[in-house]
Design a protein around this ligand. Sequence first.
Ligand SMILES: Cc1ncc(COP(=O)(O)O)c(C=O)c1O
Length: 319
Amino acid sequence: MTRINSLVAAGAENGPYLWKDGKILPWGDATVHVTAVGHSSVSSVFEGIKAYWNPEHEELYVFRLADHMRRLLESNRIARLDQSMDVGGLVEATIDLLRANEARRDTYIRPWTFIPGVVREQIAPAGTVVETVIDTWPFESQRGTARGCRAAISSWARINDRSMPPRVKAFANYHNSRLATAEARENGHDWPIMLNEAGKVTEGPGACIAFVHDGTVITPSLTSGVLDSITRSVFLDVVSTDLQMPVEEREVDRTELYVADELFFIGTGWEILPITAIDGLAVGEGRMGEIARAFDKRYHSIVRGNDPSRLAWLTPVWG
Ligand SMILES: Cc1ncc(COP(=O)(O)O)c(C=O)c1O
């Protein structure tokens, strides 16, 4: 049995401060009453953002910050949570917090909004005012390492736009991800890939997926039942522009994954995580492939501010 005893999960650190509704507070002071926890998880949306340190530039670059904040506001809108802040205010709050935390290393940023207070009704009304919190903690990038994981198609269907829209980055959506991950682990795999109700491929529990077949890069379309991933858009841009590969966004069959030359998860958290086996079948040569390596290299040059053509995607913290 696993128990998480401390305030933060094993091995995780946190910034000394976090941002909450216009104030920078000591991290440990930002508490809520225990009876509010379940509710604030249901009526809650969030973002996952990364900032990368460049030692030569002595600069911390936040990657696609405004785009993530825009998506947070879209999640709020669809979930009918009453957010009063705009993208500019959220960007500014993030920079203020990173400065207060003296962030000079790779840092993960999690903004989220939730309905606060002790709410005993099951359903908080639409338009209830939310609180906004921004939390940061250091992370180690997997960049440049040979890596891979074993994935399996889940028996759990992906949530869909008619019930729990995956376009909304809601904490509650991760119940679906959690069930699928538990099943994958039970069966000796690392991560699940979920199909939608029509049996088409969607995404992993916390990342989207793409694969290479016969020189073409293919990824499930945004209407398959996936989050509108920011890393996916970066990936499609890099493979089509820099690697000059044809790209297809479309419905994907399960068995297409079985004949892929390369297959990977992509997302802010996992960056690019090659899938070296799917349902027990080796993918390609069963190790990190050429396209994954090429993207890995370019992605990290982009996020650390070493690609002059994509500096517009970065928000410097100290400069
Ligand atoms: C379910 C899910 N899909 C896809 C992604 C990738 O999205 P992004 O590239 O914007 O981080 C994430 C990561 O947050 C996710 O949780």
